[in-house]
Design a protein around this ligand. Structure first.
Ligand SMILES: NC(=O)c1ccc[n+]([C@@H]2O[C@H](COP(=O)([O-])OP(=O)(O)OC[C@H]3O[C@@H](n4cnc5c(N)ncnc54)[C@H](O)[C@@H]3O)[C@@H](O)[C@H]2O)c1
Length: 256
C-alpha cells in the first residue's frame, strides 16, 4: 500500500486501521499539483506494475460563506478546490487508464454527510424515507459556514456518477463515502474555530477512523460485481457499517 500526503507523518495509524499485512510506502505529494500526482502514480506503477485501488482521501476544510470578504474568498476558493476537487480529478485521470489496462479496479472518494444523497439527485431529509432507510440524516444537507468545502464535495458526486457509468464496462468501480463527524486531526483543528476544544462527550460521539477504514475494506471486498456509483452515508448515531447499495445510484444493478 502506498500513502501519498503532504505530511511526512501521514501513515500514522494506517496499518492497524486497515489490517494491512504488507509494507506501507509513503510518498510526499501535493495532490493539487499535476506533476506531483504524475510522479506518484509513475512511482507506484514502477514498483508494483499497476494500480488496483485509489482512495482519494486528502482534504482540507475551511469556514467560509457568501458574506466573506472578496480577497479571503478568492484565497479560500483556490485552496479548498485545489485539494478537495482538483486532487481527486488528477488522481482519477492518472489511474483510470491504468485500471482499464489491468482489467478493473476501485476508486473511492471521501465526501461528507453534508451532501449525502438518496437516489440522485434527491437529497436526504429528516424523514426516514422507506426508500432509503439508511438515510436518517441528523440534519438537512449542507453545513452552515462551509459553502466552498460542501461545493467541492458535491463535485465529487459528479465525478463518481460519471466515472462509474463510463468505467462500468471496464470493471472499474467508483464510489463516494459521505462521511459524518469522525475523529481526526481535521475535525479537532477545524480552522475557523481557533478556540475549538471539544469536550470528551463530543469526541466520544464521533465515528472512529478504524471503523470507517473497515467500511472501505468491506466496500472493496464486494469485488467487481459490487456496487458502483453509490454515495455511502456514514454518520454518528448510526452504525459505522457498509449500508446496502442504493438501487437508484448503483450502476451495477442486476436489472441493468
Ligand atoms: N473527519 C471528519 O469528520 C470528516 C467528515 C467528512 C469528510 N471528511 C473527509 O475525510 C477525508 C480525510 O480527512 P480527515 O478527517 O482524516 O482529516 P486529516 O486532516 O486527518 O486528513 C487529511 C489529510 O489530507 C492531507 N492533505 C491536505 N492537503 C493536501 C495536499 N495538498 N496534498 C496531499 N495531502 C494533503 C493532510 O496532510 C492530511 O493528512 C477528507 O477528504 C475530509 O474532507 C472528514
Amino acid at each position: 500500500m502506498w500513502v501519498a500526503d503532504l505530511d511526512s507523518d501521514s501513515e500514522r495509524g494506517t496499518e492497524p486501521a486497515l489490517g494491512v499485512d504488507g509494507s506501507i510506502t509513503q510518498l510526499r505529494c501535493d495532490v493539487s499539483r499535476a506533476d506531483d500526482v504524475r510522479a506518484t502514480v509513475d512511482a507506484v506503477v514502477k514498483a508494483e506494475g499497476g494500480v488496483d485501488i485509489l482512495v482519494n482521501n486528502a482534504g482540507v476544510m475551511g469556514r467560509t460563506g457568501p458574506l466573506d470578504d472578496w480577497e479571503s474568498s478568492l484565497e479560500d476558493f483556490e485552496r479548498i478546490v485545489a485539494v478537495n476537487l482538483r486532487g481527486p480529478f488528477l488522481f482519477g485521470r492518472a489511474v483510470a487508464p491504468l485500471m482499464v489496462q489491468r482489467g478493473g479496479g476501485d476508486i473511492v472518494m471521501m465526501s461528507t454527510d453534508h451532501v449525502h444523497t438518496c437516489g440522485w439527485p434527491r437529497v436526504v431529509s429528516h424523514d426516514d424515507s422507506p426508500e432509503c432507510p439508511w438515510s436518517a440524516s441528523p440534519r438537512p444537507p449542507g453545513a452552515l459556514g462551509m459553502d466552498i468545502y460542501d461545493a467541492t464535495k458535491w463535485g465529487l458526486h459528479g465525478f463518481t456518477h460519471d466515472w462509474a457509468k463510463e468505467l462500468q464496462q471496464h470493471r472499474v468501480r467508483v464510489n463516494n463515502i459521505c462521511l459524518g463527524a469522525t475523529d481526526s486531526r481535521m475535525i479537532r483543528a477545524f480552522s475557523g474555530y481557533a478556540d475549538y476544544d471539544p469536550p470528551p462527550e463530543v469526541i466520544a460521539a464521533w465515528q472512529r477512523p478504524e471503523a470507517v477504514a473497515g467500511v472501505i475494506v468491506d466496500l472493496l471486498l464486494e469485488g467487481p460485481s459490487g456496487r458502483s456509483g453509490d454515495n455511502i452515508g456514514l454518520w454518528r448515531g448510526h452504525p459505522t457499517v457498509l449500508p446496502p447499495a442504493d438501487p437508484l445510484l448503483n450502476v451495477n444493478r442486476d436489472d441493468d
